[in-house]
Design a protein around this ligand. Structure first.
Ligand SMILES: C[C@H](O)[C@H](O)[C@H]1CNC2=NC(N)=NC(=O)C2=N1
Length: 102
């Protein structure tokens, strides 16, 4: 879909960042770090993200440091940030809200 995979301008990115909590623009990627209660919970979170990524056919770079999970999202084919990246970030935030309520 052309509209979803078109590279966003810096201004468009900043506007969208206002509407999504806990994500920053770092080195040309959307980035967020989530703190879990334990290493197994971090792995569980990453596993759920993997399923979302497969459904979306859009995949974050994932770093796991004990109980912290850092996600970096960019659209490599567009050489920048696109709507697909924000869609994935919003899905991760939804997952985070569900897990936080458990
Ligand atoms: C064919 C498939 O849709 C592409 O290779 C996708 C897969 N997942 C992807 N994920 C991310 N983050 N960026 C991409 O450009 C990308 N490309």
């Amino acid at each position: 879909m052309q509209t979803q995979s078109a590279r966003l301008s810096d201004e468009e990115i900043q506007v969208r960042l206002l509407g999504i909590s806990d994500w920053q623009l770092e080195r040309g990627e959307l980035q967020s770090t989530f703190s879990l209660a334990s290493f197994p919970q971090a792995i569980f979170f990453v596993d759920a993200i993997a399923h979302i990524a497969e459904v979306e056919q859009h995949h974050p770079d994932i770093g796991i440091a004990y109980d912290k999970v850092t996600l970096r999202i960019a659209t490599h084919s567009a050489g920048g940030i696109t709507e697909k990246d924000f869609k994935l970030a919003r899905r991760v935030n939804q997952l985070w809200q569900v897990l936080s309520a458990l």
